[in-house]
Design a protein around this ligand. Structure first.
Ligand code: AKG
Ligand code: FE2
Length: 426
């Protein structure tokens, strides 16, 4: 049945999703995120790819949208606020529930104010670095050809690789010499040492982040100012046909409610954001300009997913004077010793475990869990443990309470569903 559903999606999107060994696992992930509904998976793909394909309710039969509209054109709704100069007259979100879907199209957010008032747990900082400094960093990255590699992982037993390349740098001696092992999807890549420019960038980014987080009330598990460090950076390099699938950053080594600072350099690409739930949540588009910083604050990885959208046109106007059609993104994360060194191993198969927060079922939403990472290598053992961040072992010991949980302030659905259940910690 699943194979048939995937075949339906493949045939429906064969001209927009290039067929590769990753296509099936990519579609399987989308299908799983949509609880097996081909119709919802297709709606999600339409939104992501900017097309309007219709799937027949009878699996296997497919029907293309044959209206007059161009099937492949981008369907991005522009935020009305871009046309309104007077701040007082700009539209404010009507509902405090940011989950509410207001358009079937992806909605583009143009200004810092639009981004920050529409998306939770995000701030945007334009001209983040001194201009010449940012340009030098971009030039240096363009010249750095060593060590950028596609990122490989296993999804449901299939080997997949992203089509963009990336390279990890750090200034932490223990990470560099391998005493502190940082994993991403059960895999440790080479970590390169920060050069002078990257070291200086670390300090500038740390200042912006620590100054910004001072202004917000910290969430229960987050790092507070001035302690956030940017001593590990993942540099992502996107050529014109590269993209990055929907995901939330793994919490395993950066802990719950992490702060991730994401610096864009070079060509402007679409950064897309949507709530993790429901599966057809509203998609928003942000186009971070060269030298802008998006801070994904505590709570963002738990509540939202993000992606770098596939670019289908390459207008000359979008080329950057230094990097042409190439975009770099530097994502700074604070890898925490507590999680690097104490993350539990699977009680069933002894593999490392991955930290996640349950969100699908409103009755269980908020609970942090450790899940065996063996499925990335194609073997599923199903090992799970409840997380407890107050315990050295980071897991709930036998009969020792409920573990660590967190719900978003505006998550009325889960609050209602859990009214008669366990008390959440403050
Ligand atoms: O390139 C971007 O803007 C996002 C990169 C990202 O999401 C990641 O490295 O996890
Ligand atoms: Fe990410």
């Amino acid at each position: 049945m699943t194979e048939e559903k995937i075949a339906t999606l493949i045939s429906l999107y064969e001209d927009v999703i290039p067929k590769s060994r990753d296509t099936e696992s990519f579609l399987l992930e989308i299908l799983t995120a949509c609880d097996g509904s081909v119709k919802n998976a297709s709606l999600m793909l339409n939104e992501s790819l900017g097309v309007a394909r219709k799937v027949d309710c009878n699996i296997g039969k497919r029907k293309r949208d044959t209206g007059n509209s161009d099937n492949r054109c981008y369907k991005v709704q522009k935020s009305l606020n871009q046309f309104i100069e007077d701040d007082a007259k700009k539209f404010r979100p009507i509902s405090s529930d940011r989950r509410a879907k207001t358009s079937n199209r992806a909605i583009e957010l143009f200004s810092k104010e639009d981004v920050e008032s529409t998306i939770g747990y995000v701030t945007m900082h334009e001209k983040a670095l001194p201009e010449e400094f940012a340009n030098s960093l971009l030039r240096q990255l363009m010249d750095d050809l060593e060590g950028f590699a596609p990122y490989e992982f296993h999804l449901f037993g299939n080997k997949c690789s992203s089509n963009h390349t990336s390279k990890k740098y750090s200034s932490d001696p223990a990470i560099l010499d391998g005493r502190d092992k940082i994993y991403y999807n059960n895999r440790r890549g080479t970590v390169y040492e920060y050069n002078d420019l990257l070291k200086a960038t670390q300090l500038l980014i740390e200042d912006i982040v620590n100054e910004t987080i001072k202004k917000f009330k910290p969430l229960p598990f987050q790092i507070s100012s001035p302690n956030w460090k940017g001593d590990v950076v993942l540099v992502n390099k996107y050529g014109k046909s590269d993209h990055l699938m929907w995901h939330s950053d793994r919490l395993t080594s950066i802990g719950p409610q992490p702060i991730v600072a994401s610096l864009s350099l070079g060509c402007v690409r679409e950064f897309r954001i949507r709530r993790c739930y429901p599966s057809d949540s509203q998609i928003y588009v942000v186009r971070p300009p060269h030298n802008s910083l998006i801070i994904m604050h505590a709570g963002f990885q738990e509540e939202y997913r993000h992606s770098v959208h596939q670019q289908t046109n390459n207008r000359a106007t979008n080329l950057h004077p230094i990097s042409k059609d190439v975009r770099f993104n530097l994502t700074y994360r604070d890898y925490l010793k507590k999680y690097i060194n104490n993350a539990p191993r699977c009680p069933k198969c002894d593999n490392p475990m991955d930290l996640r927060r349950a969100f699908k079922d409103p009755e269980r939403r908020g609970q942090y869990i450790w899940q065996c990472s063996s499925h990335y290598s194609g073997v599923e053992c199903g090992g799970v443990r409840l997380a407890d961040f107050n315990c050295n072992s980071l897991v709930v010991e036998k009969n020792a309470g409920e573990g660590s949980r967190w719900l978003a302030d505006d998550d009325w659905e889960a609050k209602e569903a859990q009214k008669n259940g366990t008390e959440l910690p403050r």
